[in-house]
Design a protein around this ligand. Structure first.
Ligand SMILES: [Zn+2]
Length: 567
């Protein structure tokens, strides 16, 4: 136990020393550049939004190998060119750092990605229906047409209605259809109901609690299944995944879709082993196009499991990887009975469960492990902070970057407690997708969920993510649009705690680099950092705010390699 405690803490201290050394190199950069070999690539004639500490805007960037060697004016950077230096004329386009989602269930998504018909960012119901029709036709009769979250019917600006069983029967008469809205409910057609054995005048099949399967007065299932995460899982656990030999193709498509959306790095809760092995293989071949930082570790569900977990936690080693793949946090659950369901309105964490939570978290602190934990409802956040304050007196957590994730109901006093503890906030505005449902549940209180401005004004280090791909949509420019306008997908205003474009971008880049322990390498366009960047089709800083969601990268670069190019 002692050994590992020291190992993890030693690593974290080492990072601080390394950063100091790197700072010295950065300050000495102009001198070193004179003797350095020429860059491989120069991007010039652009608006380079570096997102450095002073939010400097430059014209050009020079890249050698996988990292940035210089940032400056067109003339300064042109002088560095050698005979083999490639050039890209940005033609005035805006460049920003590659976007980082600090919490997306990315690897899990690979197991269904190419089987799903995703509605992320689709704001027309007509278009969604066309996609379903086309998919049913392409798959052929009898095959499941489905998606697992990432959308909500209120996003269809042209016609924000739920789907009915009869309508889905018409759209895909020969296919079972299951469309999951966030984790809120699932719309099924008649074929799907039959396959799932959800039939009139018969008991609910095993796995469903009373009330989850919505029935009309005559006992006939309407096609809607509710029940929050547990209810939707009772259905989606029965949907087909990609086969073992389709997994690589599905993962390739997933990564490409993420690169196309502007994402280059991820905090990933629960790194599925099968998919991680593929990513390891690609890394070895020099063709891994995203960076993956795992939030891993098994939560306990009973006091007996806690007994067993304590030993495992003591032997957990993080930070054995590199800037492409690493494990960085224990998370995202500690003691699963205290994992807030998504659409619950209020919690009341019982003392006996908190006692088990504390045994786990105390062992995590004693082992010197960073913790990234799902904490959503106000009273749950308070209860966790009570426990953490007590743990901190025995095993200080200040250097461990303990992070509360989601925090939709966090308030100013809680943020102050976190700051005193040296904690951070990974913010995943579920309201981007679920804003309308949240307003039904919380009334006007939902306008402050999450309280982005309060977080920003507090000075706590916090970053933006989605918690996709089921709970929320996955597109980072939709998240930035939400942060700047307070509008959910589809355009309805659901949040009043809006941010400046600059602060929103910092939260999706440099702050997230810190939240995934990569602040030395990622999050801004600066000499010495890895060349992860986006060339955009329009200027994030000046485009009308409502168009932020429509911004598309024309080039996405990871480690100096162009991984996506629209032209
Ligand atoms: Zn969570």
């Amino acid at each position: 136990m002692e050994f590992n405690c020291n190992e993890n803490e030693k690593y974290l201290r080492h990072r601080v020393i390394k950063w100091r050394r790197l700072s010295l190199i950065l300050f000495a950069a102009p001198l070193l550049l004179a003797q350095a070999p020429a860059p491989d690539l120069i991007l010039s004639n652009g608006k380079v939004v570096t997102v450095d500490e002073r939010f400097t805007v430059a014209q050009a960037v020079a890249i050698r190998g996988d990292h940035i060697v210089a940032v400056g004016s067109n003339q300064e950077i042109a002088r560095l060119a050698g005979s083999n230096t490639m050039r890209i004329d940005l033609k005035g386009r805006t460049v920003i750092p590659g976007l980082i989602d600090n919490h997306m269930h990315l690897l899990r998504a690979a197991t269904t990605w190419t089987r799903e018909t995703r509605f992320d960012g689709i704001e027309s119901r007509k278009q969604a229906i066309e996609m379903l029709r086309a998919r049913a036709k392409a798959l052929g009769p009898g095959e499941w047409v489905y998606n697992i979250g990432g959308w909500i019917h209120q996003q269809f600006a042209d016609d924000p209605r739920p789907f009915t069983r009869e309508e889905l029967d018409k759209i895909a008469p020969d296919n079972p259809v299951a469309l999951q809205e966030s984790y809120y409910e699932i719309f099924l057609n008649s074929r799907a109901l039959v396959l799932l054995k959800i039939v009139p005048n018969a008991p609910d099949p095993p796995g469903f609690q009373p009330g989850w399967i919505v029935r009309d007065a005559s006992g006939r299932p309407t096609g809607i299944v509710q029940g929050d995460i547990a209810g939707t899982r009772a259905v989606t656990s029965k949907l087909p995944r990609v086969t073992a030999d389709q997994l690589e193709a599905s993962s390739v498509t997933l990564v490409r879709d993420m690169n196309r959306a502007g994402l280059t790095s991820f905090g990933v809760p629960g790194c599925d082993q099968n998919v991680l092995e593929l990513f390891q293989k690609w890394k070895a071949e020099g063709k891994l196009n995203v960076r993956v930082f795992c939030i891993d570790g098994a939560a306990a569900a009973t006091p007996e499991q806690v007994n067993r977990s304590l030993e495992q936690i003591a032997h957990t080693k993080l930070f054995q990887g590199d800037t492409f793949i690493d494990s960085i946090f224990f998370g995202e659950s500690v003691y699963s009975p205290l994992h807030d369901p998504m659409f619950q309105l209020k919690s009341n964490p019982p003392p006996d469960q908190l006692e088990q939570w504390r045994r786990m978290a105390s062992a995590i602190a004693a082992a010197g492990l960073p913790l990234h934990v799902h904490a959503e409802l106000h009273d749950t956040i308070n209860a966790f902070l009570d426990q953490i304050e007590a743990i901190n007196r025995e095993h200080p957590i200040k250097q461990l970057r303990w992070t509360l994730a989601h925090v939709n109901q966090i308030d100013a006093p809680q943020i102050e407690r976190m700051k005193k503890l040296g904690m951070y906030a990974a913010v995943h505005p579920w309201a981007v997708t679920n804003g309308a449902i949240m307003h039904e549940g919380f009334g006007d209180g939902a306008y402050d969920m999450p309280p982005l401005k309060t977080l920003q004004d507090s000075g706590i280090i916090w970053g933006l993510g989605t918690d996709g791909t089921a709970a929320n949509q996955t597109l980072p420019f939709v998240t930035l649009y939400f942060a700047v306008t307070g509008k959910m997908v589809g355009g309805v205003k659901v949040n009043r705690q809006t941010l400046s474009r600059e602060d929103a971008l910092i939260a999706h880049t440099r702050r997230n680099a810190f939240l995934v322990f990569q602040e030395d390498y990622l999050g801004s366009i600066q000499p010495g950092k890895l060349a992860d960047l986006l060339v955009l089709d329009r200027d994030y800083l000046t485009v009308p705010a409502d168009q932020i969601r429509d911004i598309k990268p024309v080039i996405t670069m990871v480690g100096g390699r162009i991984v996506y190019g629209a032209e």
